[in-house]
Structures are given as C-alpha cells and as structure tokens.
Design a protein around this ligand. Sequence first.
Ligand SMILES: Cc1ncc(COP(=O)(O)OP(=O)(O)O)c(N)n1
Ligand SMILES: Cc1ncsc1CCOP(=O)(O)O
Ligand SMILES: [Mg+2]
Length: 508
Amino acid sequence: MNNVVWTIAGSDSGGGAGIQADIKAMQSFGVHGCTAITALTAQNSLGVEAINAVSTDIIESQLLALEKDMKAKVIKIGMLANVQQIQLISEHISHYKAKWPVPPVIVYDPVAIASSGDLLTEEDTVSAIKECLLPLVDVITPNTHETQLLTGVYLIGPAAIKEAANKLLSWGAKAVVIKGGHWDYPSGYCIDYCINNFTQKGEEYWLGNEKIQTPHNHGTGCSMASVIAACLAKDYPLKDAFILAKAYINQGLKVAVRYGEGIGPVAQTSFPTNLADYPQVIEAGSWLGDELDFDVPLDFNMAADFAPCESKSLGLYAVVDSVDWLEKCLQQGVKTVQLRVKNKDDAQLDELVAKAVALGEQYNAQVFINDYWQLAIKHGAYGVHLGQQDLENTNLAAIKNAGLRLGLSTHGFYEMLRAHNYRPSYLAFGAIYPTTTKDMTGQIQGLEKLFKFVPLMQSYPTVAIGGIDLKRASQVAKTGVGSVAVVRAISEADDYVQAISALQAAIN
Ligand SMILES: Cc1ncc(COP(=O)(O)OP(=O)(O)O)c(N)n1
Ligand SMILES: Cc1ncsc1CCOP(=O)(O)O
Ligand SMILES: [Mg+2]
C-alpha cells in the first residue's frame, strides 16, 4: 500500500501550524509525510512577524526530487504565497494527474488567514486559485473566513454555507469541506459541512459538537486537512475521513496548552478512541437538525433509546432466508437469529414472519426480522434489523413504542455515529471481509477498523458481519465484538450441525 502523503505548504517557525502541524497529524494516522516548503514564516504564539516566500525554483526542486522516488497517494496543499507559486503547483499537479500510473488525490487547504488574523498570502491570489488550481482539486477544506474570501458569500446561516460550497464546486473542486471552527451558529456549537461530488455524487454531511472552550487552537485548520489527507491515503471514504479529522481536532483541543505568551497549538495526539471526542452526525429530526432548518422526510418519525437486548453478547448470530433454516439453527442452540428474506410477496411474508416469531418464542431465542418492521410489530417479534437507507422511511417511534429491539447496520465511522443518534439495541459492523451474499463494493472494513469500532461503541452489543467463516471467526472475536453474524458459513456448510458447533466454539 502506498502510504506516502506530500504536504506542499509553509513552515511555521512556532511549530504549531503549517508543515510542522501537517507532519505531526499525518504521523498520528500512520502515513509517511513528505514536504515541499513554499514559505518560511517567522511566527511565534503572538503572531506572524515575516513571510518569506520560497522561490519557485526551490519549490520545483523539492517536487522533482519527490516525484522521482516517492510518489504520493495524496497531496495536501496548504499555504501558497503568491500567484507564481499557484501557477507552478497547478502545472505540476496537472502533470501528476495526467502521467502518474495512479493519479494522486489532491486536498487543498486554502490557507489565507492565520488564526492570529494575519493575512498569509498576497491579495491577488484568489483569481489564480479559481482559474488554475480549483479544477485540479479533489477536496477543498476552507474555514469560514477563507470560504468568504474565495466565494464572496457572507456565511450567515446554513443556506449560505451551501451556496458558497456550490460555488466552489462550480469552479472545479470535486468536494468541499467547510470547517466551522470560526463560525458560531448555532451559538456555542461548532458545525462543519461537507458536500461530496468526488466519490459519491451530491452527498452532503453536517457534523456538529459543542465548542471546546480553549484559546489554544493554532494549527487546527492545517491539522484537520492533513488528517483528511492521511485518511484518504488509507482508503477511508471521505465521510469517515471527515469524522476522524473532527474527532482528532476535538481531542487535541481538549488537551492543548501554550508554549509561549500567546495562543498555543492544538495538541497533536493519536487516533481518537474516545466517543466523547467524536462529533454528532446532524440529521433531520434532531435538535441541531431543527436549528439548521433541515427538512424532515414525510414518513420519518424520529425515536431513540430502543429496548435493550437481554445480554451485551449476542453470540453466534445466524442470518437465514427461510423459516426452515431458522428452525434448524434454533434446534442447534443458536440464540440470535435473523429472518432475512428478499423478493417475497406480502401474503407469504406475513406468514413467514408469524412463524419465525412463534419459533423464537418456542426456543426462547432472539429472532430479528430484517426490513419488514410493520410485520415485526404486528407479530410481536423480538426485534427488527434495519439498514441506514431504511432510516428515512421508517416509523422508528412505532418500533420503539411496540417495545421491539432495533439493530442497525453500519459501514464505517460516519454510519456508526449516525446510528448512535438512535441509541439502537445493537450495532452491526460490516462487511468485515468480502462476501458473495450481498454486493458490498467499497464497504469492506477489515479487522483493523473493527478493532477501532468495537471499543468506541462499547456501550452497545456489537455484531460483526460479512465474509466470516470458521477460520476467521476466532480472529474476529478477538476484537472484542460481542457477536459474529454469518450467512454462508452455516447455509453452505457441508454439515451445518458441525459448522454451528465449531463456530460457537471459535467465538467463545
Ligand atoms: C446482523 C446484520 N448486520 C447487517 C445486516 C445488513 O442489513 P441491511 O443493511 O438491512 O441489508 P440487507 O440485509 O437488508 O441486505 C444484516 N442483515 N444483519
Ligand atoms: C447481509 C450482509 N450485510 C453485510 S455483509 C452481509 C452478508 C453476509 O453474508 P456472509 O456471511 O455469507 O458473507
Ligand atoms: Mg435490510
């Protein structure tokens, strides 16, 4: 895997922002940072004393040396001091995009104003940025000042944030992350926005958390963009990179200290492992969603805090597509089973769900019904399992009021935090490995991420699903996950009775 990330940015002699912050933040996320320095700023914690732009020849020599031997998977661009630098960098990026076997992803943090309020770039750079650089940029990460400077849109509320982001998209950026650290809307909160046309056309995300009260926030913008760059280099989807960058900054702000007389830098820490540092995914129906005037879908009925499961450890979880298989698993002592049937008509479904619920009661087991939440309520099932897309058109309040448990699918950090808004009865993480049971293209998580998900969500019963067989089951269980869900490991086993008992043993 190519874990090389370049940062093309200015040096901050105070060590808190610029190249210095970039390298430290990248290190925290396990990628190798290389540098091409565009300016030598003379700064300390009180402000910027001098900006010494590096000549384009010297910048070019750094880029040529790196290109020969250490091509980047992601290039993060920060402070560019003048129009000549913007032109030079744009020419080089065009060349990389056209000629490299794997074109680099470009993250541009349009550093224009230091947190001290000092302007870091010559004023005529805006049109060069728009014309030369933005069409080459995959993700641009301005703060609210920089957004206003680039777009001329005054950011008075969420509609203005979207308008400004759309302008940046129309000038060629493929995705826009607007960092809300300097915004105070709603008051006391820090709200960040992302619109993604880079990998998922038109997806929008809003993240929010209470503002962390510290003056020591120097370098937050550079660090946030660097974490996004590092996470993209590690193949995280943009929405997960966005979440992790926010969590990293929150974690760093909480322990930031001063080293001089003035503003200290955000602390450079490590991969965020404390749920309290993660932002909220803001959605319709939540308090922050209302504050931001989100439209609530017609059929949506928000609810949270679903009935708990009896135990935090659901053990072997058999996901089956017939009542026949459901009964076979129950007979072998499996205590958590899901009826997951697709493409059946309503009359058949009603009967299947009724039988599944009755069998669950007979064997004193937890039977979850996938998708058909109305039928699950009608027949008094133990619980319902839903995917993220189901959330918008489900009457969650009806499930909760009927006392049914709710299990939710999640694929990555963003979806995990979104699911957390509903305080479901359990959380499923998938797909851990490639599977042929369902198309999970682009959603394979792997064990390394599962090791991060489980402790973050330790207050829930957790379930791992996707491509788990007998050989993998014990490694999966070592992550601390409370349950292992399988389809083919049972349904395609030569001897399902033996397979169930071997899986039970491997998990325990
Ligand atoms: C335990 C468990 N985890 C995840 C899933 C996937 O559910 P969903 O996202 O609703 O997708 P479909 O199963 O409906 O294709 C699951 N079924 N069970
Ligand atoms: C339904 C589902 N959701 C995520 S992966 C998956 C399929 C798991 O099937 P298998 O255990 O056969 O890989
Ligand atoms: Mg489903």
